[in-house]
Design a protein around this ligand. Structure first.
Ligand SMILES: [Zn+2]
Ligand SMILES: [Zn+2]
Length: 130
C-alpha cells in the first residue's frame, strides 16, 4: 500500500512509514467547521515518520489542535494535537490510498447531525474519550 497523499492542487504532498495505528471519526464542531463536513475522518501516525513537502498554513484552535492546510488550495492535510505529542493526525480524504483498517473510534457523537446515518465502531463517545 502506498503511504502517501496530496492536496487537491498537488502543491503539497506527504509520506508516512508505518501502517496507521488508529483510524477515527470525529464529529466535533471544530472538525465540522474546519472540514466543512459532518465529520473528520482521521488516521494517526507517528510524527517522526511523517514527511511533508510544500507550503502549508496552519491554524491553532482554542482546543490546542493545530490544523494544517495547503496554502494554495486550502485542502486540510494534517493536525497536531497539543495534548497528544509525537503523533500526527492525517485526514483520510487526502490519502492516495485508503487505509486497510476500519475506524476503531468515534468521538463527539453528540454533535453528529441527525440526518447522518452511520455505523459507528463500538468505541463511540459522546465527547472526547476519557
Ligand atoms: Zn493544494
Ligand atoms: Zn474533532
Amino acid at each position: 500500500m502506498s503511504k502517501s497523499g496530496k492536496c487537491l492542487c498537488g502543491d503539497v504532498n506527504f509520506t508516512y512509514e508505518s501502517d496507521p495505528g488508529m483510524f477515527l471519526l470525529c464529529h466535533c464542531t471544530d472538525c465540522q467547521r474546519s472540514t466543512g463536513s459532518p465529520l473528520a475522518s482521521i488516521i494517526i501516525v507517528p510524527e517522526n515518520e511523517f514527511t511533508i513537502n510544500g507550503s502549508t498554513g496552519s491554524y491553532e484552535c482554542e482546543a490546542k489542535v493545530t490544523r494544517s492546510f495547503c496554502k494554495n488550495c486550502g485542502s486540510q492535510i494534517f493536525s497536531k494535537i497539543a495534548r497528544a505529542p509525537g503523533i500526527v493526525a492525517i485526514k483520510t480524504g487526502v490519502l492516495d490510498q485508503q487505509p486497510k483498517i476500519k475506524p476503531s473510534l468515534a468521538c463527539w457523537t453528540k454533535s453528529k447531525p441527525k440526518w447522518l446515518e452511520i455505523k459507528h465502531p463500538e468505541n463511540a463517545f459522546e465527547e472526547n474519550p476519557s
